[in-house]
Design a protein around this ligand. Structure first.
Ligand code: HEC
Ligand code: HEC
Ligand code: HEC
Ligand code: HEC
Ligand code: HEC
Length: 386
């Protein structure tokens, strides 16, 4: 073999390796694409605040200003826990500089100005002198935001820098929603529903994407997360709670989010007794008492809970595997969140004295919230013994 042939082979191997490496970079999504490879306009941007966008993008602005992104800095709960942001570690996600500045998928940097704008328009859209997100236009438009045709804004790595701390993005990748085809739904597919946009000087009426980013703070979206079915045969109550509406574990993201399955029982003598059948949550590392007893899909267990003055009630629980990819890797063993597509199935033996039972699935922003202050996802009332 001569030198040229060897060189050609070396070049071929090099190219294949480079292609494989690039493909891997795309599929694992953890590596950054530099700002330089994203579209440029070549004219300085004069806009600096989100309110500068309002005159021309009023509908989007109004959606954003009332969203969790719009309030990420002023949010009283965040202010309280960050001690008025004296804890600077909270700034990179709650008042960030533009994501493309550090590279898609890379950790964001903290902003120094206009902090009250929280996760502002620039955080997701600004790329040097351009606003990413010209998915409706076919050529550069002469407007102060320098819009260029580009689909870069739809890249999942716009969300990863802030939303993968609790592995929401990695988790989604293992669900049926991440499979290309008719069932495909990425984060924006569920959290940016389509909305009508009025015509502008350059575009006719069209479909836009809601910047409210509805999720757990929106009751309708919250209720769509999981279903609950209840049936009663004699004194045996059957309940199934299924995560059939999210593209990730339920309840998602923040570790203090809590979902409780509860019973309120009315007794023969008119008194009321309550109990909690189960709790779904991704507990903090030091909460050892919350370790998940149903470690693997298909696991089952018998246990008892205390129903007020009535005493112990026995429960049989089964972890029903997801149809798609049942053995997810992104799952902590101690976790009692319900993975996307999985269900929890219960059989509860109600004591004779119970005449009426109300089954509730409750959502709590944090685990110490009383049942009465929780939001009710689903409720079902059954009369016993008739
Ligand atoms: C890596 C990015 C990141 C950092 C750093 C971060 N957060 Fe967050 N935070 C988020 C995201 C994303 C959410 C929304 C997810 C959710 O609601 O489950 C959130 C939500 C919250 C919420 C819930 C707000 C509500 O009303 O529902 C609180 C409170 C909060 N963060 C406080 C803090 C505090 C305090 C710090 C600093 C110690 C901090 N965060 C640092 C990304 C971050
Ligand atoms: C003086 C009016 C004006 C201002 C101010 C303005 N824009 Fe624009 N923007 C436009 C026009 C015109 C287009 C072209 C598409 C259209 O007509 O909506 C556009 C397009 C866009 C697009 C692409 C939209 C799509 O449908 O694909 C984004 C994203 C955008 N602007 C973001 C911003 C942001 C963020 C700000 C504030 C920092 C801003 N714009 C300020 C006029 C403006
Ligand atoms: C720079 C960080 C950052 C980026 C980038 C970001 N988010 Fe967020 N997001 C947050 C923070 C922080 C909150 C919570 C703020 C609060 O509640 O005070 C949040 C809240 C949300 C919520 C509402 C959750 C709730 O509690 O109701 C959804 C949904 C969401 N983000 C989806 C997305 C999606 C989809 C993307 C990508 C297109 C994205 N985010 C990009 C930081 C970010
Ligand atoms: C099939 C629809 C669907 C897909 C896909 C989806 N979500 Fe969700 N998401 C939901 C629903 C429904 C809720 C409300 C229930 C809950 O909080 O778990 C939710 C809740 C959330 C929350 C709020 C958690 C909180 O503490 O308030 C965040 C943040 C979030 N999703 C981020 C994402 C991100 C990031 C992606 C993409 C990797 C994504 N979601 C993909 C349906 C979806
Ligand atoms: C958390 C990230 C995020 C923030 C914050 C954000 N956007 Fe967007 N925006 C997106 C994404 C993602 C899309 C594209 C969605 C798609 O086409 O699937 C988009 C699309 C748009 C569009 C075109 C679609 C439409 O609905 O008309 C405009 C215009 C726009 N954004 C302007 C703004 C303005 C103005 C702000 C601030 C008031 C803002 N965006 C804040 C992520 C964001």
């Amino acid at each position: 073999m001569n030198t040229r042939a060897l060189l050609a082979i070396a070049l071929l191997i090099g190219t294949i390796a480079a292609v494989l490496w690039l493909r891997d970079e795309d599929s694992n999504g953890s590596m950054s694409r530099t700002a330089e490879s994203l579209p440029r306009f070549g004219r300085a941007l004069t806009l600096s605040k989100s309110s500068d966008c309002k005159p021309c993008h009023e509908e989007v602005y109004n959606e954003w200003v009332g969203s969790q992104h719009g309030m990420a800095y002023v949010n009283p709960e965040v202010q309280r826990l960050s001690k008025g942001f004296r804890d600077r570690d909270c700034l990179p996600c709650h008042a960030p500089r533009p994501i493309p500045e550090t590279g898609l998928g890379e950790r964001a940097l903290e902003r120094l100005v206009d902090l009250e704008d929280g996760v502002d328009c620039f955080a997701c859209h600004r790329n040097q002198d351009t606003m990413l997100g010209g998915t409706h236009i076919t050529q550069a438009v002469d407007a102060p935001c320098n819009p260029m045709p580009s689909t870069a804004i739809k890249d999942l790595r716009t969300c990863t820098p802030c939303h993968d701390q609790h592995k929401v993005v990695q988790d989604w990748k293992e669900t049926t929603y991440a499979v290309k085809g008719p069932g495909f739904k990425d984060c924006n597919g569920c959290h940016m529903p389509e909305v009508a946009r009025a015509p502008t000087s350059t575009l006719p009426a069209r479909k836009g994407k809601s910047h409210r980013f509805p999720a757990s703070h929106d009751l309708a979206t919250l209720k769509s997360a999981a279903s609950m079915t209840v049936n009663l045969e004699g004194q045996t109550l059957g309940v199934v709670v299924r995560n059939d509406g999210t593209g990730h574990n339920f309840p998602a993201d923040e570790r203090h989010r809590t979902v409780d399955l509860t019973l309120v029982c009315e007794l023969e003598d008119g008194t009321v007794a309550t109990c909690r059948i189960d709790r779904y949550r991704n507990p903090y590392r030091d909460e050892f008492d919350l370790r998940n007893p149903l470690r693997t899909p298909g696991a089952e267990r018998e246990y008892t809970v205390t129903l007020g003055s009535v005493g112990l009630v026995s429960v049989h629980a089964l972890r029903v595997a997801a149809d798609f990819n049942p053995n997810r890797k992104v799952y902590y063993a101690e976790n009692t969140q319900i993975p996307s597509g999985e269900a929890r199935q219960y059989r509860v033996s109600l004591p004779e004295r119970v005449k009426r039972v109300t089954v509730r699935l409750l959502y709590k922003n944090q685990p110490f919230l009383a049942d009465g202050e929780a939001r009710v996802l689903h409720e079902s009332v059954k009369n016993v013994g008739k």
